[in-house]
Design a protein around this ligand. Structure first.
Ligand SMILES: Nc1ncnc2c1ncn2[C@@H]1O[C@H](COP(=O)(O)OP(=O)(O)OP(=O)(O)O)[C@@H](O)[C@H]1O
Length: 251
């Protein structure tokens, strides 16, 4: 089966900055893939390119075999949650969902059923009448995720979905993601958190617009440990040790 998401040799320059310098990776249906890297590594630019929102200097992206910049049907099968997700602050939780349902032209009965399920999953059902601007950071992100999932996309792109979210809500958000991935969704997530990287099926370590290393987090750490490197606390190395060593190695 062809990969749900393909990024091939992506290149993009912003003036003197080479944001993407040949980045490539693939994400299968039913896989949770994490792009991990320091600030400015090119993660957001890669995600936006996959959504067809960045003009590339070279390389190509494919979403379910199609070019997302071509518009049309594939856009409808794509969900995206950018870092700054704009909900309507003066609308309630329920009204925000209804707004996005109209945007996706969902039939009323379909919307009702999905909104009910998403509100239950995100545990926002008790807050359906609360205005979005009065939600906590974690609840706001969960509502954004619910809005991005309302049209049941086959592919989901999430840019640092848990930044500013408390540990309990972070855990809930990840549990939700795993549930959707079990259902066959392809999910690409960027994260600056090492513990989150470890929750992905596979991760790509991005630095200066390139992939330094890729694989299942456990395999990457095992490979690193096999090089005879100790962890920062003297014990076995973990993902954070690997990350710091790889990035510093290229500094
Ligand atoms: N529209 C733009 N105009 C100019 N420079 C840009 C633009 N978008 C990104 N860049 C630059 O490209 C580089 C990669 O940025 P990008 O946002 O993709 O990194 P990132 O890995 O997502 O980092 P962060 O987590 O800090 O957002 C950075 O140096 C950034 O300043």
């Amino acid at each position: 089966m062809p990969a749900a998401l393909v990024a091939r040799e992506l290149r993009r320059r912003f003036g003197p900055v080479e944001a993407l310098a040949g980045l490539g990776f693939e994400v299968a249906a039913g896989e949770l893939y994490g792009l991990v890297g320091p600030d400015g590594a090119g993660k957001t630019t890669a995600l936006r390119a996959l959504a067809g929102l960045v003009r590339l200097d070279a390389g190509e992206v494919r979403v379910l075999g199609q070019d997302p910049a071509g518009g049309g049907e594939v856009r409808e099968r794509l969900g995206m949650m950018p870092q700054q997700y704009s909900l309507y602050g003066d609308l309630s939780v329920a009204e925000n969902l209804a707004f996005f349902a109209r945007l996706y032209a969902l039939p009323r009965a379909t919307f009702r059923e999905r909104a009910r399920r998403l509100l239950a999953l995100t545990r926002l059902d008790r807050f359906r009448e609360r205005r979005a601007e009065a939600l906590s950071g974690g609840m706001y992100k969960k509502l954004a995720l619910a809005c991005a999932l309302l049209h049941e996309p086959a592919v989901l792109l999430l840019d640092e979905p848990t930044t500013g979210v408390d540990p309990v809500s972070r855990r809930e958000l990840w549990a939700l993601l795993h549930e959707f991935v079990h259902g066959g969704m392809a999910v690409l997530v960027t994260t600056p958190y090492m513990d989150e990287a470890e929750r992905c099926d596979r991760v790509g370590l991005v630095h200066r617009g390139r992939l330094l290393e890729e694989g299942a987090p456990r395999d990457l750490v095992d490979r690193y440990a096999a090089e005879g490197r100790p962890g920062r606390h003297g014990g076995a190395p973990d993902f954070e040790d690997l990350f710091v060593a790889r990035v510093e190695g290229r500094a």
